[in-house]
Design a protein. Structure first.
Length: 552
């Protein structure tokens, strides 16, 4: 059964908009009757909420006149509230005229659906999850090709090489790479032109592209951005920094992945936003009651918050101010979606810490672009904070946070088993003493790359400190985990490392593991059990994996 088209979804949403609009007009008519009474100020506030809802949703459902009249009504309410003017007969008559105008606009035939470029739900490249990613490296420097190839292959990706523009064009014509690293100065042309050509090919807008060059001028960097590159690195290149950026871009090449909390009390508008965002692959939760906002933040853990400015009982500005008071939400993107288009509203949104302000009714393509850009940047910043610079694994602190979350899950009924593994590189101090710390760093990076390649996305891996690594293996039995870690140990022992003179040497690791026991363990006890198993493995001769004894 095929998924409904955007036009088909819009028909249902439009009918709901008209039904809810009639009910809202009745509530607003009741509020008009209170304008000449003691609660006139509250009646104006209620009318403002109603007009605001029409302003934000009319055009979205094919009724631009509803949006225009709603905006007039909202401005009328704001002026009364600002000047603290008691509405007299002329003001009350004006409000009645606005409500009649809204009814008339809702009776008109709707216009066509709003401009949008909505992706088909579930549309993903076949085989993308299993095919190794291919990185095209274009450079005529043999040392660059060799060094970068080693880094790329360490991450489990396939390398495609080109030493000239002509070779790169042939590679791109044969098949588009998943990413590219391009030197600006090539024997037969400019890397800028090569990147521009890639971007002009069908699907060529998707692969991340980084450029490298000995040219360090500011205008060179601007030109790299202009031609479509995603980053610029000067030679000699910081390869770890380049790989961090490349992997981040590759991990975020599917923008429709993430959780969005929509704070919106208008059910019809919330349904429209949900339809647009879920069509692009996002998970959406609607918070229609501001009193639930804190609970939704905690339980849903959104990647982005869409915030309406005008809400019942509290303003969206106050909610954003609350968010920015807490460290754990410092990097959480917040985008205001509001019918308030005045400059004061945009300034206020910036003052409370919002990342963007979009005016309702928002064009779906603009909404999706803003959401994707904000989530991508937030993930990059969080990655810098939570990842170890050398290994790109979780830091000690970030790993412990994941371990605490795993303990909370494991104590629930019918939870899956989870195993803590501690890894320590054998005699690592002697590696640093004999070959120097740069060589030791390459050994650490090689082990980290192996762990990233061989473990599942559901597993958690961190650099625990120095030459120690830690893993949380989810939903594996002790026997399965033993086989997995043993295979990792055997594969790492076969990796040839190179010293400063080009000589080869090999390194092993020892590991200790502990199955979490919800009856007797907390995080500290679990970690201690894995540590003791690691010490036992090293005491038994190293290069082995031992499990902590399980309680009867």
């Amino acid at each position: 059964m095929s998924s409904p088209t955007w036009d088909e979804m819009l028909v249902g949403l439009r009918q709901e908009f008209l039904r809810e609009g009639e009910a809202r007009l009745k509530r607003m008519t009741d509020a008009v009757a209170r304008l000449g009474k003691t609660d006139a100020e509250q009646a104006v506030r209620d009318l403002r909420v109603g007009f605001h809802a029409f302003t934000g949703s009319g055009s979205s459902f094919g009724f631009p006149g509803v949006t225009a009249v709603g905006r007039q009504g909202e401005d009328w309410c704001v002026a009364l509230l600002r000047d603290r003017t008691a509405p007299g007969p002329p003001e009350i008559q004006r409000c009645r005229e606005l409500l009649e105008a809204l009814r008339a606009e809702m009776d008109r035939p709707p216009t066509s659906s709003p401009p949008a470029t909505l992706p088909a739900p579930g549309q993903e490249p076949a085989g993308a999850a299993v095919r190794p990613r291919a990185v095209l490296i274009v450079d005529d420097d043999s040392e660059v090709l060799s060094t970068l190839s080693r880094h790329v292959e360490q991450e489990g990706m396939k390398v495609r090489l080109a030493r000239s523009c002509a070779e790169a064009v042939r590679e791109m014509d044969e098949s588009l790479p998943d990413a590219a690293v391009v030197d600006i100065v090539l024997p037969d042309g400019s890397g800028y032109e090569l990147v521009s050509r890639l971007r002009g090919l069908p699907g060529g807008d998707k692969p991340p592209v980084l450029v490298v060059s000995v040219q360090t001028g500011f205008l060179d960097k601007v030109e790299a951005t202009h031609c479509g590159a995603d980053g610029y690195f000067e030679k000699p290149v910081d390869w770890e920094a380049l790989m961090r950026r490349l992997i981040h871009l590759l991990d975020n090449d599917q923008p429709g992945v993430g959780r969005i909390l929509s704070v919106e009390d208008d059910a019809v508008q919330a349904a429209m936003l949900r339809t647009i965002l879920e069509a692009a692959g996002y998970q959406v939760r609607v918070c229609s009651d501001p009193r639930r906002f804190e609970a939704d933040l905690t339980s849903f853990k959104p990647d982005l918050v869409l915030m309406d400015a005008v809400l019942p009982s509290v303003s969206g500005y106050d909610l954003v101010r609350y968010v920015r008071q807490h460290e754990q939400y410092a990097a959480l993107p917040v985008v205001f979606l509001s019918a308030e288009g005045r400059m004061e509203a945009q300034i206020r949104a910036a003052e409370v810490g919002a990342d963007d302000h979009l005016q309702k009714p928002v064009v779906p393509a603009l909404l999706l672009t803003s959401v994707a850009a904000r989530i991508e940047r937030s993930r990059f910043l969080r990655g810098l904070l939570s990842r170890d610079g050398l290994t790109r694994l979780l830091t000690h602190t970030a790993f412990l946070e994941r371990a605490r979350a795993a303990v909370a899950r494991a104590k629930r009924p019918r939870s899956r088993p989870v195993i803590w593994v501690m890894i320590d590189i054998d005699r690592f101090k002697s590696v640093n003493d004999r070959f120097g710390h740069p060589v030791g760093d390459r050994v650490l990076a090689a082990l980290a790359a192996l762990l990233r390649r061989r473990l599942r996305p559901s597993d958690t891996v961190g650099r625990y400190g120095g030459e120690e690594f830690a893993m949380l293996l989810d939903d594996l039995t002790v026997e399965e985990a033993q086989r997995l870690v043993d295979r990792l140990r055997e594969e790492f022992a076969t990796i040839s490392h190179t010293d400063a003179e080009g000589g080869a040497f090999f390194v092993t690791f020892s590991a200790g593991a502990a199955l979490f026991d919800p009856r007797s363990m907390d995080v500290d006890a679990w970690r201690e059990a894995a540590d003791q198993a690691l010490y036992a493995a090293k005491g038994a001769g190293r290069n082995r994996v031992l499990f902590a004894p399980q309680a009867p």
